[in-house]
Write a protein that binds this ligand. Structure first.
Ligand SMILES: [Zn+2]
Length: 160
């Protein structure tokens, strides 16, 4: 499990309700990521260039915010510089891990080593089909999105 960051401090998350209805992701306006999470995603961008890297977030979803506890890199099973595919086996293992930790998979991330952190046409189609938090790390930084009839940008709040 190289590169996996475990988070043990959940005190900051106690004011967040657990919501299991995935449709509620449309209400989300911000995602809270730790500095180390952002560093890990940026490291993944560099490490896998020119191909895209991908992974999932384990955490909790509240009424209007998502708190990420763990950033879990997942093998890109179809390496490309234009798209990605979460390795099904590793994705499944991530679901089990989230379940064991009484959390959820609250989103996915991927990297754009050659372009901005803006959803591509392929991303938009995928976002519509898999409605969750989408974080993209590109040459202009890291940005968060959800699909709410169209692409909606949400704020990334960096916490310590
Ligand atoms: Zn993309």
């Amino acid at each position: 499990m190289n590169g996996v960051h475990n988070a043990t401090d959940v005190d900051n998350a106690t004011d967040v309700d657990n919501v299991t209805d995935v449709d509620k992701v449309t209400n989300v306006t911000e995602v809270r990521l730790r500095k180390e999470h952002i560093r890990l995603i940026n490291d993944e961008l560099t490490l896998h260039a020119p191909n895209e890297a991908c992974g999932v977030f384990i955490g909790r979803q509240g009424r209007d915010s998502i708190i990420v506890e763990t950033v879990l890199p997942i093998k890109n099973s179809r390496p490309s510089d234009r798209s990605f595919e979460l390795d099904p086996k590793e994705h499944y293992e991530a679901w089990n891990r989230a379940d064991d930790e009484e959390m959820e998979i609250v989103g996915v991330y991927h990297t754009h080593p050659h372009s901005k952190a803006t959803p591509s046409a392929w991303d938009k189609e995928s976002m519509e089909n898999y409605q969750t938090l989408w974080v993209i790390a590109g040459i202009d930084g890291i940005k968060g999105y959800v699909w709410d009839c169209s692409v909606k940008r949400i704020e990334i709040v960096e916490i310590n």
